[in-house]
Design a protein around this ligand. Structure first.
Ligand SMILES: Cc1cc2nc3c(=O)[nH]c(=O)nc-3n(C[C@H](O)[C@H](O)[C@H](O)COP(=O)(O)OP(=O)(O)OC[C@H]3O[C@@H](n4cnc5c(N)ncnc54)[C@H](O)[C@@H]3O)c2cc1C
Length: 543
């Protein structure tokens, strides 16, 4: 059966759904083709052990844009996000611990256990981070200026740079530092305690296959603080029912707006005719024709696997092969009979530390070693683990008294050296991760009732993430803003006419933000000359 739509979207990840919704609300006839049997992409809630469900991939919310939440009326559709009482808990090798969050005064008191100087520096650090994060927030819903686009794009660049230029010099220096320095160099200028530096530096290696000593890693730290929860800037929270609650609400909004969503509908080929994208062919052979084709999949999947090489220039194909993917992430979900009992803070009853992001990576040196190990051996001997136990704030996920935990682990080589396969090593890596938690909370291993393992290869196979990259591509300076995914294509328009990208591989990048989907829809509508009420007061790359 052949059909014709205004837009066909490849992928029902959250950005695909956001894009579909804005297009449908502007009156377009939209069809979404999703490879899996569920919508949501990396933002889903699934049963992974009988009686236990969890956000099996992404697991905590902050970056989801307030405009998207409001426009799609996600709260009215049942989305409830609760804030963690404190943000992080870091057990230390010397038997102490550091808690972060719960207000400035409390965090300062915690820091004083390690350094008076660091406690005193904290207000200015937060103020600096907030100031710079505000610039990012401001840019998130703006289309980056396009290199090579002529005068209009130069003017757009000048307009976006104006906000930066208006900052005091001291803040401009902070921006430069954050965009160019390593997390360690950056943090060394602020703090002296290793525990404090680890607490902030951890964000720099999340989804970033790099050392905290890698230049540019400070930016990734910043990327993790530009969000908010219920209006509270920088906070991270939990969506009741898991991340799937976000995409379930988005799906309802899409269906109400008339979007057709096809599940179990993997796309094999983007159809191109006379240099323009005209539709998609499913692996079943069915062809769906549309005026525009929108890729929610990442740039590598789109250009390497879904397009006929003959439709792309050799120069462009070479550039695509140079697009860096592979965030070095290993993800586990575990069903627990009881809460972990930490040696440094004993107790099995729910404590605020159980409700926080528990970071098992006590120093920047530990994180650096993990990366070096991974580069040499494929994985670290002492892995970086963040554990979240969402059932401590959401009793819909596990049977009474039992719990589910997300283990989010960094520095696992996207591709193992010497031709080794993650299929052969995933169990051993999972055991090591569990031993790492067990070393801090000795009842952990014995409390595990079931586990789900997602190696980088599993992340690629299950969620369609090239190289298992949770961001659809490295968040390095050469792949950000106007250069995401490629310089000259930073405005959501793809390599052929009628092709657009709307996923995390475009500005402002990875995370459950909805921003790429929102911005891509605005550009598509601008090209059709119908920006619509929902984008009133916003500028497209077309002016
Ligand atoms: C393990 C993990 C942990 C993370 N943790 C967090 C977190 O806690 N907080 C946060 O904000 N972000 C987190 N992230 C990042 C965030 O989840 C992603 O960056 C974001 O979800 C990407 O959304 P997207 O809609 O752009 O793409 P995706 O969610 O990747 O959606 C793309 C969709 O395309 C589909 N698809 C692929 N190939 C085809 C095909 N051939 N045909 C049809 N459909 C296809 C996929 O199945 C998928 O549904 C995490 C990601 C992962 C993987």
């Amino acid at each position: 059966m052949n059909s014709r739509y205004d837009a066909v979207i490849i992928g029902a990840g959250h950005n695909g759904l956001v894009c579909a919704w804005y297009l449908a609300r502007a009156g377009l006839k939209v069809r979404v083709l999703e490879r899996r049997g569920v919508v949501g992409g990396a933002a889903v809630t699934e049963v992974f052990h009988p009686g236990f469900r969890n956000s099996v991939a992404s697991y905590t919310v902050s970056l989801l844009n307030p405009k998207v939440i409001a426009d799609m009326r996600l709260a009215e559709r049942g989305l409830v996000v609760v804030e963690r009482p404190i943000s992080n808990f870091l057990p230390q090798p010397d038997g102490r611990y550091l808690k972060l969050g719960g207000g400035l005064a409390r965090t300062q008191a915690e820091f004083r256990k390690f350094s008076d100087r660091d406690a005193d520096a904290l207000p200015a650090y937060y103020e600096m981070l907030e100031g710079v994060a505000d610039v990012l927030r401001d840019l998130a819903l703006r289309t980056p200026p396009n290199a090579g686009g002529g005068l209009k794009d130069l003017l757009a660049a000048a307009s976006q740079g104006r906000r930066l230029a208006a900052m005091p010099l001291v803040r401009q220096r902070d921006v430069l530092d954050l965009f160019t320095k390593s997390a360690r160099t950056f943090l060394d200028a602020w703090f002296e305690s290793e525990a404090v530096k680890a607490a902030f530096g951890f964000d720099a290696v999340v989804g970033n296959y790099a050392s905290p000593d890698t230049p540019g890693s400070a930016y990734v730290l910043l990327h993790h603080v530009f969000g908010e929860v219920n209006g509270k800037k920088g906070a991270w929270g939990h969506a009741i029912g898991g991340m799937g609650a976000i995409t379930t609400a988005m799906r309802a909004a899409c269906e109400e707006a008339g979007v057709e969503i096809s599940l179990d509908a993997p796309v094999a080929r983007v159809l191109v005719d006379s240099g323009a994208a005209v539709g998609a062919r499913l692996t079943s052979g069915q062809e769906v024709f549309a005026r525009v084709v929108v890729a929610n999949v990442g740039p590598r999947i789109l250009y390497d696997r879904l397009m006929d090489p003959a439709d792309l220039s050799p120069e462009f194909r070479r550039r695509v092969s140079g697009f860096k993917v592979g965030s070095g992430t290993f993800r586990m979900n575990v069903a627990l009979s009881e809460l972990p009992d930490f040696t440094c803070l004993p107790g099995k009853a729910i404590g605020e530390h159980h409700q926080s992001g528990i970071i098992l990576a006590p120093t920047l040196d530990y994180m650096d070693r993990a990366f070096i190990d991974a580069r040499l051996h494929g994985r670290s001997r002492a892995p970086i683990v963040e554990m979240l136990i969402p059932s401590t704030v959401d009793d819909s996920l596990a049977p009474p008294g039992a719990h589910v935990a997300s283990l989010f682990c960094q520095q696992f080589a996207p591709v193992l050296p010497e031709g080794r396969s993650w299929d052969d090593e995933r169990e051993a890596a999972a055991d090591l991760i569990i031993d790492t938690v067990d070393a801090a909370a000795p009842n952990f291993k014995a409390s595990i009732l079931g586990r789900m393992i997602l190696s980088p290869l599993d992340l690629e196979r299950t969620f369609g993430l090239a190289g298992g990259d949770i961001m659809h591509g490295a968040m390095s300076l050469d792949q950000l803003w106007a250069a995401r995914p490629f310089l000259g294509q930073g405005d959501y328009r793809g390599a052929v006419r009628g092709l657009y990208l709307c996923g995390a591989g475009t500005h402002p990048g990875g995370g459950v933000t909805g921003a790429p989907g929102h911005n891509a829809a605005r550009e598509i509508l601008a090209d059709r000359g119908v920006m619509g009420r929902l984008f009133r007061g916003e500028r497209s790359a077309r002016g």
